[in-house]
Design a binder for this molecule. Structure first.
Ligand code: MG
Length: 342
């Protein structure tokens, strides 16, 4: 009898071990069989509130955002994205193309950094977010025609690739920039322009107050289209329980969420690195299976910059520990599953 109990408990331990390995494997950019995350998950879809793989299983993606591509576009290359995939265990890269602040509307050539990002992501088997990064141009309606032209071109060029995710307005903001009167009408104009060429890839819509009012979007979501998600952004040194409660209200309403940008710092990008507060957010997101992307890959000296000040001026990846900032070391450990979330 004792021997049988020992055999059964041994079997249970082995099963638990194999289950935990399998579970951990889903968190890898490239699994032990050498399959990339895109090879494993394929064409993403939204089922109920969940981002899901082609086979219908819910998935949580985790990754890194570029800094504004017109400032730090040199990192939008295959070597860097490969390094982030292999050394940081990055599953999704966000190509943040500012529209204002000297970005695309002023210097359209920055689009080449989006293209280099997407081409590298396709080659390397990682997901890539094409981010129309409105910020000081507060209202997405202001440049809706240009957004439609841009996303039509991207959808025509890349709509057949499962790698691509469209983020159509980063952070709408301003008192008059409401979900009902500005953001939703904008989304209802841009989404069909993408769907004309790409019937299925995920489209992520920003929300008011710098993509914090997901609870407001949840009261009046977009209807008539599949595979639409909504953006929540947070900075752990600024946003805590209050924003998690708003988020919980959106979750309770069944709104599909994707955190396309979050930081370990205050919302200014400074104020230090808030590791405990960031882990509270990451635990919350893991519990709900919500994907997240960290801001951002630059060496510009901000606390949210992942590289140490002035490190890696050539933009080739292959960084040593000394070339990473405090935030960079921390986020790398989280992505590599070296910090256990509660
Ligand atoms: Mg498609």
């Amino acid at each position: 009898m004792k021997r049988r109990i020992a055999a059964v408990s041994g079997c249970l331990i082995l099963c638990a071990f194999l289950f935990s390995c399998a579970e951990k494997d889903t968190r890898l950019s490239v699994d032990k069989k050498g399959r990339t995350v895109v090879e494993r998950y394929g064409q993403l879809q939204v089922i109920g509130p969940k981002l899901s793989a082609a086979d219908g299983k819910p998935v949580q993606l985790r990754g890194i955002s570029s800094y504004g591509l017109h400032f730090a576009g040199k990192y939008a290359n295959e070597e860097v994205i490969k390094w982030l995939r292999d050394d940081w265990n990055m599953q999704v890269w966000r190509a943040a193309m500012y529209t204002s602040d000297g970005g695309y509307l002023f210097a359209p050539a920055v689009k080449s950094r989006v293209i280099s990002s997407v081409d590298a992501a396709i080659k390397l088997g990682v997901y890539v977010i094409i981010d129309w990064h409105i910020l000081h141009d507060n209202n997405p309606l202001a440049n809706q025609d240009k957004a439609i032209a841009f996303f039509s071109e991207m959808a025509q060029k890349y709509g057949e690739y499962p790698n691509v995710i469209y983020e159509i307005c980063n952070e709408p903001n301003g008192q008059d920039v409401t979900w009902q009167d500005a953001i939703k009408p904008y989304a209802e104009a841009v989404i069909p322009a993408i769907r004309e060429y790409d019937r299925d890839n995920i489209i992520i819509v920003g929300t008011s107050t710098w993509s914090q009012d997901v609870d407001i979007a949840a009261e009046d979501p977009i209807t008539g289209y599949d595979n639409i998600m909504y953006t929540l952004h947070f900075y752990a040194g600024t946003h805590g329980d209050y924003l998690r409660e708003k988020t919980q209200r959106a979750i309770d309403k069944g709104l599909p969420l994707f955190v396309t940008e979050c930081g370990t710092t205050q919302s200014s990008g400074g104020g230090g690195v808030f590791e405990e507060e960031t882990l509270a957010w990451f635990s919350f997101l893991q519990k709900h299976g919500i994907s997240w992307v960290n801001w951002s890959l630059t060496n510009n000296g901000e606390d949210s910059a992942l590289l140490a000040y002035n490190a890696d001026r050539t933009g080739k990846g292959g960084w040593t520990e000394n070339e990473l900032s405090q935030s960079g070391k921390f986020i790398r450990r989280v992505l590599r599953n070296e910090i256990r979330l509660k």
